[in-house]
Design a protein around this ligand. Structure first.
Ligand code: BTN
Length: 249
């Protein structure tokens, strides 16, 4: 990625990821950013709805990195590391951490979700990546209902520190530029070590679920460059998961 970010701003949009995909298909350059104050149809992983009212930071980055196609997961890890660095610095909290596959938590509660999408060109090379990032910057505690009430929180509620979404965006884009350049120049090894230093998953007892169904449990032992998680079962058998969700016991 060369030069600066080019930002397209919306007061309200259905989804910044959808718009970034549209711009990407129309040939928009690497470094395009779509940001919205509110999303009416924010997309989460596994086709879930992502609640996106005013007060959060909802944005998507379009990148055209010179990397191999197996890199969507790597892009998502890179984005996770970058956002944790930004938030730890701004909110002065070292308990902001990554949980596999790439949620960002403060304590036990989710503050950031990341959704990376990719398209290949006719020769099978990466045409573009869209990395959507949702940060719960300043949302009131009653934003979430039902089971989400106990699982999500905003940074303001958790820390008492007040930033606007725009202030967080400015810092996040500065850090992201550094991480993207480093990833393109040096590959994943530094990012992987940073992820390992910032995660709450490796070494813990976990339950792996797919669509809410428990499929495995054991000790999380490793993260691969492709983002997959290795879990050693109680009987010593090793399984590797490239998708799914975990609960930490
Ligand atoms: C998750 O399920 O954890 C991923 C959530 C990703 C939400 C962000 S908000 C900005 C961007 N636009 C979307 O529609 N989704 C992502």
């Amino acid at each position: 990625m060369d030069g600066c970010w080019q930002i397209e701003r919306h007061e309200e949009i259905d989804s910044t990821n959808r718009r970034a995909l549209e711009l990407a298909r129309a040939g928009a350059p690497s470094g395009t950013v779509v940001v919205a104050s509110r999303q009416t149809s924010g997309c989460g992983r596994r086709s879930r709805h992502w609640h996106s009212p005013a007060g959060g930071l909802w944005f998507s980055l379009l990148l055209r990195p010179n990397v191999a196609p197996e890199c969507t997961a790597a892009a998502s890890l890179m984005a996770g590391v970058s956002v944790v660095s930004t938030l730890r610095r701004l909110y002065r909290r070292n308990d902001i951490c990554l949980k596999w596959p790439n949620d960002i938590l403060i304590g036990e509660k989710k503050i950031v979700g990341i959704l990376a999408e990719m398209a290949l060109d006719a020769d099978g090379f990466v045409d573009f990546l869209v990395i959507g990032i949702g940060i719960n910057v300043d949302l009131p505690p009653d934003t979430w209902t039902g089971e989400l009430k106990d699982r999500a929180v905003s940074l303001r509620t958790a820390t008492g520190i007040v930033y606007t979404p725009d202030e967080v965006l400015r810092e996040a884009l500065t850090d992201m530029k550094i991480h993207v350049k480093d990833w393109e120049a040096n590959g994943m090894s530094k990012i992987l070590s940073a992820w390992l230093a910032m995660n709450n998953t490796i070494g813990r007892e976990v339950i792996v679920k797919d669509d809410g169904r428990v499929i495995w449990s054991g000790t999380a032992t490793a993260l691969s460059e492709d983002g997959s998680l290795t879990v050693r079962g109680e009987d010593g058998c090793i399984q590797t998961f490239s998708f799914g969700e975990i609960s930490i016991r």
